[in-house]
Design a protein around this ligand. Structure first.
Ligand SMILES: O=C(O)CCC(=O)C(=O)O
Ligand SMILES: [Fe+2]
Length: 315
């Protein structure tokens, strides 16, 4: 096996997927994660959110005004949390999976990527009316507009932990070329009703089985849709990547959430995974006997051998 083949051994996407990403600004990749990988993730979602389920008999809600395709409501975001989560390492490390990082590197055409957002989200039939209007997500990922340079863009990946049919609130989206045609290239945060009506017939569904992922850019028009399946639930995790060092893009300043269970991540992640959230790799000059000792003191369960060995080798 060549070095390249080895490096690509866990590549879970095709050149066609990257071509779709470049053309449409979005790509649905089916069965990216296996059932075995997902089983503990679903358990984690249940640990976090099962008590929030409204009950199997709860009817789907419909809060839409006549003729509207949807709206934003606070209830849609009721069961939503940023990493790290109070559950097992499975869900905590899913967004840092090496196969996702590899996809992000290929999509953004860069060597080094940074995970700047990862949130879990549980939706239940009857929990809210989840139908939204078309919008782009760049409003809360940058203070300006998405870059025209692919390397400075972002890739937002929605991971389906449960089957997502249209009755389970599949995301709907409009490809970049279709969006450009309707909007003449503009990207208002919330298009007017007349434009919403023009985007609607062009929408595609992101429905796919558990384990699939939907990757989209922050300037792709999309909307959440309602859950109507009786007793339905939709568990998703979002993992959003940017080029490491791209200061235009943000969401989580990870240390802001310092009270959260970071030890779950440190105790279980590889150095490559920790590098995705900005932790210098073994051998980086950041690591000195003092920084290593102080970080170890902070995370007593962290296996820092690779960092210590690299430091020793450099002596
Ligand atoms: O959860 C979804 O399917 C999409 C939600 C969404 O686009 C949003 O809240 O910005
Ligand atoms: Fe959105």
């Amino acid at each position: 096996m060549s070095v390249t083949a080895l490096a690509n051994a866990d590549r879970r996407f095709t050149d066609d997927d990257i071509a779709a990403w470049n053309r449409d600004g979005a790509v649905l990749i089916r069965n990216f994660f296996t059932a075995d990988e997902l089983a503990p993730v679903v358990k984690d979602f249940e640990t976090l959110y099962a008590d929030k389920a409204p009950g199997a008999d709860t009817q789907a809600r419909n809060n839409k005004k006549d003729g509207a395709i949807g709206q934003f409501e606070i209830e849609q975001f009721a069961h939503f949390d940023d990493m790290p989560f109070k559950c097992s390492p499975a869900l905590n490390l899913l967004g840092m999976h090496p196969a996702l990082a590899e996809l992000a590197r290929a999509a953004l055409q860069v060597e080094d990527v940074h995970l700047y957002q990862s949130h879990s989200w549980a939706k239940y039939t009857g929990g809210a009316d989840y139908d939204q209007t078309f919008h782009c997500d760049f409003k809360n990922h940058t203070l300006i507009a998405p870059s025209d340079d692919v390397r400075e863009r972002t890739i937002n990946i929605m991971i389906y932990a449960t089957d997502v049919t249209d009755a389970h609130g599949a995301i709907h989206y409009v490809t970049q070329p279709d969006g450009d045609t309707v909007m003449d290239g503009r990207r208002p945060q919330f298009p007017e009703d007349t434009d919403q009506a023009k985007l609607k017939p062009l929408e595609k569904s992101g429905a796919a089985p558990a384990g699939s992922i939907f990757a989209y850019g922050i300037d792709v028009f999309h909307r959440g849709t309602n859950l109507t399946a009786p007793g339905g639930r939709r568990f998703t995790l979002t993992a959003s990547f940017k080029r490491a060092g791209n200061e235009m893009i943000g969401w989580s300043a990870w240390p802001f959430h310092f009270m959260k269970p970071w030890d779950t991540i440190f105790d279980n992640a590889t150095p490559e995974q920790l590098a995705l959230i900005g932790i210098p790799k073994p051998g980086d000059p950041f690591w000195t006997p003092r920084t290593l000792e102080r970080t170890r003191e902070r995370y007593p369960g962290w296996n820092a051998d690779a960092y210590a060995m690299a430091l020793k080798a450099a002596e």
